[in-house]
Structures are given as structure tokens and as C-alpha cells.
Design a protein around this ligand. Structure first.
Ligand code: GAL
Length: 695
């Protein structure tokens, strides 16, 4: 068996043009309704009951074997695969498809005891123990070889099993190790990136604090150190750590593909996960799949989930994606875990489908009676199927069957939100002007008015082809490489609208500050420029604006001056008095660019975004009749997928939404027209009766 060397660079897009996707499953299954299934925690009699209950609930796909390594290979080289074969046979006989996992996320105790170097090391030098999960070092050749061996054993035995319709490599890749093996792999990664030590010294700026390197062998991962670590070293280690995990995924994926190229291969992403650059991962998976655990106690949970859903659609370039894991009710891993109501479970699941998912899966089928997740909810709770929760699970399965029409349907978005992991990492390195300016907070703040107006937004990488978008919003794009600069400038050159938030365009790909008046690569576009970042005193400072109304700016200011643009808002107090806070410039192309050099209150930001929406001619899901930039009733989400208009109400009161014409609700079959009333947690999936698809 051939291993990819642990130092392998993973190219951004080496995927053959036509790969099987989720369509391989949905073609006959329709929308996927599924869950993780861990039969190894239960006696065999329960397996039979499980299949019967799954059938009754409409479950059509289960992910099996994620944490089974120690049972499949109880002693090194001794395989016990028969029980898994029995599970697959049983599921297949019951008509339930399987997403078969390689069990490599949680190695058995024997691996780490016999080969301690397979266990990860923290930045403080502590080698992690077994007894939990995910304790492996991604650079350990022994771990990699053993992982490939157990994966290979499963492939040889089960690749042609008719139940296996998808492969699930590992689980939630997302850990970082700081051991010497990772240090060596990092050195090799750097050699490939920079070629010479001189070039590395330039990129890392090692003339600072006597950090110059003379040899690759002198370079170590960021570890416990007396004071601040070189920021480009830290950034490159994050890039490396993500690539290193990706190499693990790719080698197992290729093993599976060789055995059965027609079966899609995936692994589960984790939304805006801080340790994995999914722009590099997404081209390597056949199906973009996400684990999303919205917090029912968080009033912004619908907003956050919608944004994560839109990220998944963006990662897959608009292809249908799969909600791989969510909780049916409470989780066990927050400090305080209120349950989800059945209504909220349904709402969250349908939101994902509205936003491009072709399936909704849960963690997990049957609630564990023991182990660290014994208090995590599941589709069959401890109390059994005669429960409110399980009845809701069945009802949801039944209603999903009515939504076959959305399978494969695309979302048409004319607005985009630019987000990049490298930029996020570089912006939040310590020792910046303020730790209170947070990338994800900014992303949410700029996304919120678009979401409220029912405007479809794709989350995009700033360097990708943006020619399909009339409005591009970059809430805080601190680091932008030259490709990103080109494509973002191209939006305005084509007559579109570019909205840049504060602290954007500051650094280049090496995280070096771009010298000159900022935002250096965009200053001419926004018609003004800055010279000093000025975090604001607590309590904020007053800002005057005839256009937006006066407001107080908080946290962040910048010393800007007007060049050939307009000052939409101007600081009116403190040291920044008289300096523009919000800039706009109309371009001769007909496009325009905005720069927001501060943190306005949400209501003011809403107005800025709404003006950009109007200028770009972008409309929400209810169309122009509702007025571009129109805000829907509070708590209502509107989203159009193909011919189907989804309306979701996460408010605690009923809401009326004008829909015009006559529609059929695909979830209930009800005929609706004029105005639709949605109760709390209500959802409708409306197909216009006049639509050519309506028959
Ligand atoms: C995910 C994981 C599952 C389970 C779940 C609980 O992180 O993939 O195995 O642990 O969380 O919320």
C-alpha cells in the first residue's frame, strides 16, 4: 500500500472533472434523512428493532463505524469485521443505505501505548493520552500507516457491499499537534512553499527580534515561548496544520476511490471551524457535508445557522450539500444545555434544505446509555420511541418526502460575502490594535441585514471568480492576496457594488502590512484613505451623518481623509473629530465602493447594507414587489431554492407574510394565497401554482 508522504502538499484542485456527488444517493433516495448509527453500543436484538424504527421514521441513510477502530481491530493486525458485515447486511435488507466511515478519528489504546509518538502533543509539550478520542498525531508515519491499514481492510471487505452508498473518511478533522514529527513535516511544507531559507526569512520577517534562520532544521512549530510568536510563523503553522490533516483525508479517500470510483467520498466539516481552511478542503470532497449544532438558547442561532448553511453552499460552488450532523434536541457539551423543541428541530433542518442541502442528518440514532455523550440527545431517546421527540422525528421524515422537488435545485444568489481562513487567522493574531474587533462578529453583523431581507448570499473566497455577483461584501478582510485584490476590484470595474468593512486590505499573503495609506489596494476605489488605526474609548464617540442619521461608533475607528469620494458619515468627537467614518465613491463604471472605518450600531449598518443592496439592484426572495432591501417581519426568513419559496418563522409569535398569487405548500399540500400566517417555528415550502414546475 502506498502512503502519501506525511509532508505531501495537497494541491488546491486536483479533482477529476466528473465525480459522483450527492446525486448518486438522491437519485433513488430522494432527500436524504439520516443519522450516525453506533450499533456497537447495543446488543444485536436492538439492531433489528433499530432497522424497523428507522423504516418507520423514513431514515434512508446512516453513517456507520465512525468510532469502531478498537472493535474492528482489537489487537494490532487482528481484524474482527464480521459484526460490521452483519450490520450492513441488516441495514441493506431493511432498505437503508450506508455512509461507511473509516474509523480513524479515534485510535485504539494499543496504538498509542505501543507507539507513543502516534499521540498528539500540545504547545506546552504535553503528550495527550488515549481514553477520549482524536488523540492522534497527523504526522506520525505509524498512525498514518495503521490508519491506512484499517481503512484498507474495510475497503477490501465492504467496498462492493450494496449497502455502501458513500464513504465517510475519519471524523471532524480539526486538531493540531506540536510534536517533533510535526516540526519536521512543517519544515518540509515550508521548503515547498518558500524554496530557500532566505525566502522564508523574507516572508517571516525574521530580521525582527533576531529570529533569522540559517537552516530549515532550526524551525519549530509555535510552542510555549516567553512572549509573542512571529505572526507569519503562527499563520503558516495554521495553514500547514490544515494541509496536514487534509493529506490524511486525501490518502484514505484515494484508497476508497481506487476500489469503487462510483461511490462518493466525503468527510464532515464544522462550519467556520478555526483550524481547517475549507476552501482548500472543499475541492477534495465529492459531497460537502457539515456538522452544525445551533444553540437553542442563543437568539441569534437562526442567523448563525443560515450563515453556516450559506458557507457550505459556497464551498461546494452551489452544488447541493449535506447537513451531516445536528442535534435532535439538547447537546451535552455546552455548560448549560436546554433542549430544542421539536418545532425548532424541524425548523433548523428545513432551513438547511431551503439553503441548498439535499439532506438532513442527525447525531445520532439511539441515545447512548454510557460514555461521554450519554446526555446528548438522539433520534431515539433513552425513554424510547414513545416520546414527543421521536414522534417529531417520524413526522419530519414523512414531510421530507413531500419535498422531492427541491432535490438538486440550485440557489440563485447575486450577492456574496467574502471570507478567507488565512485572513481570519492573520487578523486575530495577538498584538493587534484591538482584540475586540472579531472577524466572525463582523461577518454576522454585515450578513444580518441581508438575511433579514431574504437576500440570497453566497459565502465566497475573495480570490475566486466573482463575475456572477452584483454586490460583494467583505466585512473584515484583513489579509488579501493579489488575486483577491484583482477580483474584488473587478466587481466595481464591472459596475457592481463593493462594501468593505474596517481593517480590510491591510496585509498581504505573508501577513506583511501593505505600506501606504490604507486600505492600500482599494483606497482609490473608496475615494479616501487612512493613516492610523484608532480603537475607540469605552462608550464610543459621536458620528454625524445626514444620510444615515447621527450615531455613536464603538470599539474601532480609523484616521481617514477624503480624497475624491464622499464622506457618508464623519466623526464628531474625540481625537478623530472631522475625520470620515464611512466613505463612498461612485466609479465611472457605474459601480460604487463603500468603506466603513468603524463599528456603527447594527441599525446604522443595516442602512448601509440596504443602500448597497439597492444600488446593486439585488432583490430578496419575495422579489421586487416587496421592495429591494425590504426587511421582512422580525423572525421571518425567506429563501428561494429553485422554484420553491421557503418561509420560516423563528419568532415566538405568529407572523403574517404577504406572498401574492396562489401557492401550494409542499410540506402539507395546503393551497395558500395572498398572505400566509406562520405560527412560531412554522415553515412553509411554497410552489407557485402558475409555475411551470407546479404540476
Ligand atoms: C460531533 C461528532 C459526533 C458527536 C457530536 C456530538 O462533534 O462528530 O461524533 O460527538 O459532535 O455533538
Amino acid at each position: 500500500m502506498q502512503l502519501i508522504p506525511s509532508t505531501a502538499a495537497v494541491p488546491l484542485a486536483d479533482t477529476p472533472p466528473v465525480r459522483p456527488g450527492l446525486g448518486e444517493l438522491t437519485r433513488d433516495l430522494g432527500l436524504v434523512y439520516g443519522c450516525d448509527y453506533n450499533p456497537e453500543q447495543w446488543p444485536r436484538e436492538v439492531w433489528t428493532e433499530d432497522v424497523a424504527l428507522m423504516q418507520a421514521a423514513g431514515i434512508n441513510l446512516v453513517t456507520v463505524g465512525v468510532f469502531s477502530w478498537a472493535l474492528l481491530e482489537p489487537r494490532p493486525g487482528e481484524l474482527e469485521l464480521d459484526w460490521l458485515g452483519d450490520v450492513l447486511d441488516l441495514l441493506h435488507a431493511g432498505g437503508i443505505a450506508v455512509d461507511l466511515a473509516t474509523p480513524t478519528a479515534s485510535p485504539p489504546a494499543w496504538l498509542g501505548l505501543r507507539w507513543p509518538e502516534t499521540r498528539a502533543v500540545t504547545p506546552d509539550g504535553v503528550r495527550l493520552s488515549h481514553g477520549s478520542r482524536n488523540h492522534f498525531c497527523p504526522s506520525s508515519p505509524v498512525y498514518r500507516e495503521r490508519a491506512m491499514t484499517i481503512a484498507g481492510a474495510l475497503v477490501s471487505r465492504f467496498a462492493s457491499h450494496p449497502a455502501v452508498r458513500m464513504w465517510h473518511i475519519g471524523n471532524e478533522y480539526g486538531q493540531v499537534c506540536h510534536c517533533d514529527l510535526c516540526g519536521e513535516a512543517f519544515q518540509a511544507w515550508l521548503q515547498r512553499r518558500y524554496g530557500t531559507v532566505d525566502e522564508l526569512n523574507r516572508a517571516w520577517g525574521t530580521s525582527f527580534w533576531s529570529q533569522r534562520y540559517d537552516d530549515w532544521a532550526e524551525i519549530v512549530p509555535p510552542r510555549a515561548a516567553p512572549y509573542l510568536i512571529n505572526p507569519t510563523q503562527a499563520l503558516d503553522y495554521r495553514r500547514f496544520a490544515s494541509d496536514q490533516l487534509l493529506a490524511l483525508y486525501v490518502e484514505q479517500r484515494d484508497l476508497v476511490r481506487r476500489a469503487n470510483p462510483a461511490v462518493p467520498v466525503t468527510t464532515n466539516f464544522m462550519g467556520f471551524h478555526p483550524l481547517t481552511d475549507y476552501w482548500r478542503w472543499a475541492p477534495q470532497v465529492d459531497v460537502v457535508a457539515d456538522d452544525l449544532y445551533g444553540d437553542p438558547a442563543d437568539g441569534d442561532s437562526p442567523l448563525r445557522q443560515a450563515l453556516a448553511n450559506d458557507l457550505m453552499r459556497g464551498l461546494g460552488a452551489g452544488q447541493p450539500w449535506l447537513l451531516m450532523e445536528q442535534a435532535a434536541s439538547g447537546v451535552n457539551w455546552r455548560a448549560h444545555n436546554p433542549p430544542k423543541t421539536p418545532g425548532r428541530m424541524r425548523l433548523d433542518s428545513l432551513r438547511a434544505i431551503a439553503r441548498g442541502a439535499d439532506g438532513s442528518c442527525f447525531f445520532q440514532w439511539r441515545q447512548s446509555a454510557f460514555g461521554a455523550e450519554r446526555f446528548h440527545s438522539a433520534l431515539v431517546p433513552h425513554a424510547g420511541p414513545d416520546t414527543r421527540l421521536h414522534r417529531a422525528v417520524r413526522a419530519h421524515g414523512a414531510e421530507l418526502r413531500g419535498l422531492g422537488r427541491v432535490v438538486g435545485a440550485r440557489v440563485e444568489a447575486r450577492a456574496a460575502l467574502a471570507f478567507d481562513w488565512s485572513s481570519w487567522w492573520a487578523a486575530e493574531e495577538p498584538a493587534a490594535p484591538s482584540e475586540r474587533l472579531r472577524v466572525l462578529d463582523q461577518l454576522l453583523a454585515y450578513y444580518r441585514p441581508l438575511w433579514r431581507a431574504g437576500i440570497a448570499v453566497d459565502v465566497v473566497h475573495p480570490g475566486m471568480d466573482l463575475s456572477g455577483y452584483d454586490l460583494v461584501v467583505a466585512p473584515q478582510l484583513y489579509l488579501v492576496d493579489d488575486d483577491g485584490v484583482r477580483t474584488l476590484r473587478g466587481v466595481v470595474a464591472r459596475g457592481g457594488v463593493l462594501l468593505l468593512g474596517p481593517f480590510s486590505g491591510v496585509a498581504d499573503t505573508d501577513a506583511h502590512i501593505r505600506l501606504g495609506r490604507f486600505p492600500v489596494p482599494f483606497a482609490d476605489l473608496v475615494g479616501g484613505s487612512g493613516e492610523e488605526f484608532c480603537p475607540l474609548p469605552d462608550g464610543g464617540v459621536p458620528v454625524r451623518s445626514a444620510t444615515l442619521g447621527d450615531f455613536r461608533a464603538e470599539v474601532w475607528g480609523e484616521r481617514l481623509r477624503l480624497d475624491d469620494g464622499e464622506a457618508v458619515a464623519t466623526f464628531a468627537g474625540g481625537d478623530l473629530a472631522g475625520s470620515p467614518a464611512v466613505l463612498r465613491r461612485r466609479d465611472p463604471s457605474g459601480g460604487s465602493a463603500w468603506y466603513v472605518g468603524t463599528l456603527p450600531p447594527q441599525a446604522v449598518l443595516d442602512q448601509i447594507v440596504s443602500r448597497c443592496v439597492v444600488a446593486a439592484g439585488v432583490v430578496g426572495a419575495l422579489g421586487r414587489s416587496a421592495g429591494p432591501g425590504t426587511v421582512l417581519p422580525a423572525g421571518i426568513e425567506a429563501f428561494r431554492r429553485g422554484a420553491v419559496l421557503f418561509l420560516l418563522n423563528s419568532a415566538t409569535e405568529p407572523r403574517d407574510v404577504p406572498i401574492g398569487g396562489s401557492h401550494r405548500d409542499l410540506l402539507t399540500g395546503a393551497e395558500l394565497s395572498g398572505c400566509v400566517r406562520l405560527g412560531p417555528d412554522g415553515v412553509v415550502a411554497l410552489l407557485e401554482e402558475a409555475s411551470p414546475d407546479a404540476s
